[in-house]
Design a protein around this ligand. Structure first.
Ligand SMILES: [Zn+2]
Length: 268
């Protein structure tokens, strides 16, 4: 069985499929209802994308890039040349293969899929990291993961905190398309931070079952993340208490709680 038959399609004008790549990356593919055109996000490899396009006889219309890391961009040049696809990505991340550079607040339409996107500036993992929001869906690269968030390589904890606040201001039913299958490892940390959060325990069970079957745990939803992701729960008493215990002193603001959680997770 393939991903196209294993993942139940959503009732939407488009369907979104995960193309597994490298060790634990997902290249997300948006496909129109007539199964003609595909738009992909963060191709760290070209081959799995080409296999996907060939198997389902799709034509690649575009590539969206969230940030410059090789595991999100290594397949771009080859795919761009082979398919004459447009490449849309952040203006501040130094990516040479872009045909269109965008920044926070930019809007664009992919006509062949009938999709309108707005760009979110969600930097900190990399300086120019962006997310692509279309109603009901966010492609957030390495900024937000299920039960976790991205490492801060080129920004500050404050910048990452603000980036996550931009995401949490989206509608709760927004589906979250992260670029890595890190959910189970992230949940082990979440459980240590919030041992009495029963939602985390039941999610661990669900995710363990999915992974045993070789299925992705993504997309998540913003509503679920608000219930189980410690990095989005920096105002909750148990999260504050755990972060204070790790820091060794009182933490007055949610942003400080976030900073210590991120530091804790980096060495977890
Ligand atoms: Zn990255």
């Amino acid at each position: 069985m393939t991903f196209l038959t294993r993942i139940a399609p959503m009732s939407s004008a488009i369907q979104v499929y995960p193309i597994p790549a490298l060790t634990d990356n997902y290249i997300w593919a948006m496909v129109d209802r007539s199964k003609t055109h595909a738009l992909i996000v963060d191709p760290g490899e070209a081959q799995p994308v080409n296999d996907f396009l060939t198997e389902y006889q799709l034509s690649l219309v575009g590539i969206l890039l969230t940030h410059h890391h090789f595991d999100h961009t290594n397949g771009v040049e080859e795919l761009k040349l082979q398919h004459e696809a447009i490449v849309i990505g952040p203006n501040k991340d130094g990516i040479e293969s872009l045909t269109k550079a965008v920044t926070g607040g930019s809007k664009f339409t992919i006509t062949s899929l009938g999709l309108k996107f707005i760009v979110l500036d969600i930097g900190a993992h990399t300086k120019g990291h962006i997310g692509f929001y279309t109603p009901g869906k966010l492609f957030c690269g390495d900024t937000l993961f299920s039960a976790g968030c991205g490492r801060i390589f080129e920004g500050t904890a404050s910048q990452m905190y603000n980036s996550l606040c931009k995401i949490t201001s989206l509608p709760d039913d927004t589906l979250i398309y992260c670029a890595h299958e890190y959910t189970l490892a992230n949940l082990r940390f979440a459980h240590v931070v919030e041992p009495s959060n029963e939602k985390i325990e039941s999610y661990i069970e669900r995710v363990t079952t999915l992974r045993k079957q070789g299925l992705p745990t993504l997309p998540s939803s913003l509503q679920l993340e608000k219930e189980i992701n410690p990095f989005l729960r920096c105002d909750k008493p148990e999260v504050i208490a755990s972060a204070e215990s790790y820091a060794g002193h009182r933490l007055k603001k949610a942003e400080e709680v976030f900073k210590w959680l991120r530091k804790w997770k980096d060495g977890f």
